[in-house]
Design a protein around this ligand. Sequence first.
Ligand SMILES: [Zn+2]
Length: 207
Amino acid sequence: MEDIRVCPTHGFYRGENCACGYRGELILDKERVERLGRFISGVLRHFPDKFRLEVDENGWVSFEALARVVRRKYRWANQWLIKAMVYTDKKNRYELKNGRIRARYGHSIKVKLSDYPPAEEDVLYYGTGEEEAHRLLEIGIKPVNQTFVHLSASIEKSREVARLRTDEPIILEIDAKSARKNGVRIIKANKFIALAEEVPPEYIRLV
Ligand SMILES: [Zn+2]
């Protein structure tokens, strides 16, 4: 995690220096970035009800209402700092538009995300452990703790994700083109991640 600073010319950025070389004023140190991010993604993905936040079927929450919830927990936070965190997030976890905010992926709450475009990739990837890989080849991939199955746009990304759970990831290749053609809904969360309600086994093979 990096500090967030603000450049008078280019706005918020993460790290020491702005791309222009200027060292802007520190507005959020890395510890606060981490705490703020963990709390906001938790609220948007898993427990909006705990704070009586109303979420629509596409995961949208009023930005003002969220900011009030955040401020009750962290007195130092405000809308400007939340925006700084959201706009500089390198994993593109959030979307902030028309006074509303949502998580782009990672939900365990029931959302439909019916306003997402279809994923463009012909091939997507899913990394997992060896034992699990063989099971998935037989039964397909279904969400476990999350609402959607998360697929990666590149082998490298899928390996990175799988390494969090296993030392030697096995990469599965998803024939997203055929799956989509046959009515499997695969949507684009951001440029690294696609989401599917499930992936039937006929579209999965070992890399
Ligand atoms: Zn700059």
